[in-house]
Design a protein around this ligand. Structure first.
Ligand code: ZN
Length: 368
């Protein structure tokens, strides 16, 4: 169920319609390079006090992930993966980070969330390589089926790694494609990796109660409406008010349907909202997730909520992302053996996405 029609007709707003290409280049300034270092905390002789040595954060990287995107001048370009990885290396997190390889999802895995008709459509249009998978935001580029399947497979791989005890936290920069529904593409998102991961957790591991927390500037409509009547998918989303931004959904009154009423929390913020407004909203999210006591946390940390994004109007700094990441690790430690998967989501100002995602990984490392 999508509510984008009215917005699109009345205002012509689409996800990628407001693009300032001058702002799509990484900012060269390094005045605020992240200074904290995993190794700066001094000697640590007790394994339990030194988790970064024994329990690194898995960060997924590889050409397969980098290949998900739509090329210049589309805001979701193909450079986002590398821009982030370069910034992460500068943070020098040492043994706190362990790199892992992407993997491709099979059709059987895509079917856990998506409809067969839709998977067929993406496969066919990817082969043809022309047109759009939606109403104009998500091009059907040649090979997009494989690239989107790589994103899904990598998020599943992170779930396997965590459930298998190899790590407790993981981060996938090119993932968190939260606009894709069970039967449609939307807003640069072909397959919904978090949606598949939630269904996979249930089928493969019997994990039922899953928290999905989304701080991308855009409402995570693909996740919300796909699980709107699912009481075990705990949904919390802070985003720019849908009256001003795609997809136009996510009002406070949208709390879930039927038995799921009250299991979804939407907090829209006005354009221009910064770290202060975020922190206030985050208190609600934190209390909500704490009460829900999830068995696993999926975190969509879109960086398009930072000031200077070319297609949104929020004004956070990367400290909002660090704050959320740290808090979710604490909640995960309390409720679910520390299990958190972070996904990059949106973010179209390269400097912002590099810094925000690096702060998330750094916060995961520091949380132990
Ligand atoms: Zn977004």
């Amino acid at each position: 169920m999508l509510h984008t029609g009215i917005l699109r007709i009345e205002t012509g707003i689409r996800h990628g319609s407001i693009v300032d290409s001058r702002r799509l280049r990484p900012d060269e300034s390094d005045d605020a390079r992240l200074s904290a270092r995993a190794g700066d905390t001094g000697a640590c002789h007790q394994p339990r006090e030194c988790p970064r040595v024994t329990d690194p954060v898995l960060v997924y990287r590889g050409d397969e992930l980098a290949s998900y995107g739509f090329g210049d001048p589309h805001p979701f370009g193909l450079d986002r993966h590398d821009v982030f990885q370069q910034e992460l290396e500068l943070a020098e997190l040492g043994d706190g980070v362990e790199y892992a390889m992407p993997r491709r999802a099979g059709v059987d895995e895509l079917l856990l969330f998506h409809t067969a008709d839709y998977i067929d459509k993406v496969s066919r249009m990817s082969f043809e390589g022309t047109g759009f998978l939606d109403e104009g935001d998500t091009p059907a580029l040649p090979g997009i089926f494989d690239a989107a399947s790589d994103v899904v497979g990598t998020t599943i791989a992170s779930v396997d790694a965590i459930m298998g005890g190899q790590a407790r936290r993981a981060f996938i920069p090119i993932a968190g494609l939260h606009h894709a529904g069970r039967g449609h593409a939307a807003g640069f998102c072909v397959f919904n990796d978090c949606g598949v991961a939630a269904e996979y957790l249930r089928k493969q591991y019997g994990v039922q109660r899953i928290a999905y927390v989304d701080i991308d500037a855009h409402h995570g409509d693909g996740m919300f409406y796909s699980f709107e009547d699912d009481p075990d998918l705990i949904f919390a989303d802070i985003h720019e008010d849908g009256r001003f931004l795609y997809p136009g959904t996510g009002g406070v009154e949208e709390t879930g349907k039927g038995r799921a009423r009250g299991t979804k929390l939407n907090i829209p913020l006005p354009p221009g909202a910064g770290d202060g407004e975020f922190a206030k909203a985050w208190e609600q999210v934190e209390a909500y997730i704490d009460r829900a006591a999830p068995e696993f946390i999926l975190f969509q940390c879109g960086a398009d909520s930072l000031e200077g994004d070319p297609i949104t109007h929020l004004r956070y700094t990367e400290e909002a992302h660090a704050h959320a990441a740290t808090a979710l690790c604490s909640l995960a430690d309390k409720h679910c053996e520390g299990r958190v998967v972070g996904t990059g989501g949106g973010g179209y100002n390269r400097r912002n996405l590099a810094r925000a995602w690096t702060r998330v990984v750094q916060s995961f490392v520091e949380a132990g």
